[in-house]
Design a protein around this ligand. Structure first.
Ligand SMILES: [Zn+2]
Length: 246
């Protein structure tokens, strides 16, 4: 399979050393990822920088630099706080910032996140749900606010659901790498990467066909019905249990 790269949890106080190390790897192999930026991060678990992070203004300038280098930007939630104990439509986790809240509340949060992006001159129509969890109301709210693309779900090509185009992530990366056809997304959390993870990524960049996220976005989406959605829901539940018990 072809591989696109997405990076989660990009904030002013992330582990910049790890981030820059990974950015170096991306540059070396000409990989242009999708970066999920938390507009107003309040999740202490994401504050990993040993020097306390970078000033906000500098951070947003960096986002513009990455965009100018061909990176793609997604809205990664609003404050990244898991106030809900719901897995929603894609239950890889049983917690969420969005799933379980009313449509109006979700709209308010997404609008607030979008406004922060706009105030820094950043536009996007791609959403990356914290903990991969969203529900039907999230999809409605996204559509009403002009977010037409979402990075999540399982599959080998982009698909349409509820009027939104989903760009699937990998169920199990090692199995995806063995498949010949299709495209999937490798999900990267630089905050928690160790030396071995960097080595693994280098091997993948060396041996696999990596496509830029921009290219991934150009692929045509297929329609997906309720059977496909039900299979995906089952796979996400199985994956959650495997991670929990293995
Ligand atoms: Zn996250």
């Amino acid at each position: 399979m072809k591989i696109a790269v997405r990076m989660d949890d990009i904030t002013p106080c992330m582990d910049w050393e790890n981030f820059e190390r990974f950015r170096g790897l991306l540059k070396e192999y000409g990989v242009k990822p999708l970066v999920g930026i938390v507009p107003d991060n309040r999740d202490e678990n994401l504050n990993k920088d040993k020097d306390g992070g970078l000033p906000e203004e500098y951070f947003w300038e960096q986002v513009k630099v990455w965009k100018s280098e061909g990176w793609t930007v997604a809205l990664h939630g609003y404050q990244h706080l898991y106030t809900q104990k719901k897995g929603g439509c894609f239950p890889l986790n049983r917690f969420s910032e969005f799933a379980g809240l009313s449509l109006e509340q979700q709209k308010r949060m997404l609008q607030a996140g979008k406004d922060i992006f706009t105030s820094h001159g950043i536009e996007t129509d791609i959403f990356m749900a914290p903990a991969h969890s969203y529900d039907i109301n999230t999809l409605r709210a996204l559509k009403e606010l002009g977010f037409m693309k979402l990075t999540d779900g399982f599959g080998s090509k982009p698909y349409m659901r509820g009027g939104i185009i989903f760009y699937p992530i990998s169920f199990k990366l090692s199995s995806s790498l063995k498949k010949k056809q299709g495209v999937t997304t490798m999900v990267i959390h630089t905050n928690t990467m160790k030396d071995l993870d960097f080595d693994k990524c280098r091997r993948i960049f060396q041996s696999e066909e990596i496509i830029s996220y921009e290219e991934y976005l150009k692929l045509k989406a297929v329609r997906r019905g309720w059977i496909g959605n039900a299979v995906e829901y089952g796979m996400a539940s199985v994956k959650r249990l495997l991670v929990k018990f293995l």
